[in-house]
Write a protein that binds this ligand. Structure first.
Ligand SMILES: [Zn+2]
Length: 244
């Protein structure tokens, strides 16, 4: 394992039904990617229970109407319950929580390294090919004047290159380095592609962690759209902690 890969592996830990990233935890950011243990996050009751467990009970939760696009919405200009057609949030408000749904797609957290702004994004193959990672990074400059050199990113559990078989039409939309061929099939490494794009957008390579857990292989832990074909979703969320 390369030292970068070792660092990635160490960056994410699972506890109490959540996957969490070490640097975000150290910053005091309440965050996580939910797992099967917490149930289907499309269910409002289970979602509220998960937020309660994360210490965010009662906090207004902003969830967009995801369209596999690249639109990023600043929460400061959104109204609670409106669910704009977008695939990510950025915010500086201390009194809200932001979330996106995912099952196989990439949940991506991006934040200013000292916590001056936070963001959470959903990026499947369509969004990633259309530039969601770069658009997400650029939104921090556009809305808050924060350059990419000040940003950190963490890509959460997603379908890995072990399982993500794609057709030539999909594979052709990605960097050759993100696609591998074996037994006549093409396999996409969406996490590697996202990292490449974030670095191209100006983030330092060492500022980007990629979780190595595969949502499709690890079916006891995660919902996988590809494996189960069921309409269950996990949720990636973040919020300023009570002390931050
Ligand atoms: Zn896998």
């Amino acid at each position: 394992m390369s030292s970068a890969a070792a660092q990635d592996a160490a960056a994410w830990t699972a506890a109490e039904g959540f996957f969490r990233e070490e640097r975000l935890a150290r910053l005091g950011v309440a965050h996580g990617v939910t797992t099967r243990a917490l149930g289907n996050m499309k269910d409002a009751k289970l979602r509220a229970a998960a937020m309660e467990k994360a210490g965010l009970g009662g906090r207004p939760l902003f969830v967009p109407h995801q369209v596999h696009g690249t639109r990023v919405e600043p929460i400061e200009s959104a109204a609670l319950g409106e669910a704009p057609k977008a695939d990510g949030w950025i915010f500086r408000r201390k009194d809200v929580a932001a979330a996106v749904y995912a099952a196989d797609c990439l949940p991506i957290f991006i934040w200013e390294r000292s916590g001056a702004a936070l963001g959470v994004f959903h990026s499947g193959w369509r969004g990633t090919a259309a530039g969601m990672p770069e658009t997400a990074a650029a939104a921090f400059r556009k809305h808050y004047g924060l350059g990419a050199d000040r940003l950190c990113a963490a890509v959460g559990p997603h379908i890995g290159p072990c399982c993500y078989k794609v057709g030539a039409d999909v594979a052709g939309r990605f960097a050759a380095a993100s696609v591998s061929r074996r037994s006549g099939g093409l396999y996409l490494d969406l996490g590697a592609e996202a990292k490449t794009r974030l670095v191209r957008a100006g983030l330092a390579p060492e500022a980007v962690s990629v979780c190595e857990s595969c949502t499709c292989c690890e079916s006891a832990t995660f919902y996988s759209f590809r494996r189960q074909k069921e309409d269950c979703r996990m949720m990636a969320f973040c919020a300023y902690g009570h002390g931050s």
